[in-house]
Design a protein around this ligand. Structure first.
Ligand SMILES: Nc1ncnc2[nH]cnc12
Ligand SMILES: [Zn+2]
Length: 321
């Protein structure tokens, strides 16, 4: 029996499986531009982050009600738990829903309803991180964040995602400062497609406690030294990196190099419905294609628990297995 894992980098909207897209389209009378499931699946071929984001945002149009968000979140919890995930901190993109007319409280009610029962229903502790769309105007981020706070939503943190290049962390200093002053954890996607400079900014300007992806840190030895020294976790997503052409293949993935450099690396699924698998699939394919050993898997599992925002008591429980 392998040790339990915490998943720290996944987007709940990225767990929207093709079957659920069709079921929700039917439930909500949404006309899909796909003939059938095969037609939809044939589009899951990406050349870069933006080509994926276009489909990701298009498909989430089927999410309309609090029940839809609760069903989506519970479907992910069930699948993650079956794959050995014992704790999850997941992203959701409030702007992506509010901007197309879904009331924020419906998004939050649905997601938080699933979070509130995850331990009882799935044996999985869970927490939600609101992620800001970095390719949208800064004022929009500030407005949606204010509303989340006004509604006293029990999120655990604020994150930053979407199209990276040309949208540096520096733009969002103020909203991240507010999040920290509200006592929230802060994390940011950086160094996926964007340069190491964006990782420096995420650390220095946003106060990011974890870097999501961060694979391009390897291009900057001074940055690697800092990340090692300060034990900043990197939430790496191997299958995502292959599917978005960040790396050429899993066998060439820098995960082992990162571990050997002393970085606090974790393995995550990012958008599992789009990238060919959940956390357990990532580990299985790393074993088969990168030769990941059981000892390396255990290190990665322990890293994920250490890097989580779970309470010390919950961390100790998870580490005991
Ligand atoms: N891999 C990723 N990078 C940036 N934004 C995202 N949103 C969903 N998946 C993402
Ligand atoms: Zn991501």
């Amino acid at each position: 029996m392998s040790s339990p894992v915490a998943e720290l980098h996944m987007h709940i909207e990225g767990s929207l499986e093709p079957e659920l897209i069709f079921a929700l389209a039917e439930r909500n009378s949404v006309q899909l531009p796909y003939a059938d499931l095969d037609d939809l699946r044939s589009r899951y071929q990406f050349t870069d982050l933006q080509s994926f984001l276009d489909l990701y945002f298009a498909n989430m149009q089927v999410l309309r009600t609090a029940q839809d968000f609760a069903d989506l979140t519970r479907a992910y919890f069930a699948r993650a738990s079956a794959g050995g995930v014992a704790h999850v901190e997941f992203f959701f993109n409030p702007q992506a829903h509010v901007n197309r007319g879904v009331p924020l409280h419906d998004v939050l009610d649905g997601i938080m309803d699933a979070v509130s029962t995850s331990e009882r229903e799935f044996g999985l502790s869970s927490a939600a991180i609101a992620a800001i769309l970095r390719d949208r105007p800064v004022h929009e981020a500030e407005e949606v964040f204010s509303e989340i706070i006004r509604l006293q939503t029990p999120i655990v943190g604020l994150g930053l995602d979407s199209a990276e290049v040309g949208n540096p962390p520096s733009l969002f200093e103020d909203v991240f400062a507010r999040a920290r002053s509200e006592g929230l954890h802060v994390v940011a996607h950086a160094g996926e497609e964007g340069p190491p400079e964006y990782i420096w900014q995420a650390l220095d300007l946003l106060g990011a406690e974890r870097i999501d992806h961060g694979v391009r840190a390897l291009e900057d030895p001074a940055l690697v030294a800092r990340l090692v020294d300060e034990e900043v976790p990197l939430t790496v997503c191997p299958l995502s990196n292959v599917r978005l052409c960040v790396v050429d293949s899993l066998s060439e993935h820098p995960l082992r190099t990162m571990l050997e450099a002393g970085l606090l690396v974790t393995v995550n699924s990012d958008d599992p419905a789009y990238f060919g698998g959940y956390v357990d699939d990532n580990f299985a394919q790393l074993r088969d294609q990168l030769g990941l050993t059981d000892a390396e898997r255990d290190t990665l599992a322990r890293n994920s628990i250490k890097a989580s925002f779970a309470s010390d008591a919950r961390k100790a429980q998870l580490l005991r297995g």
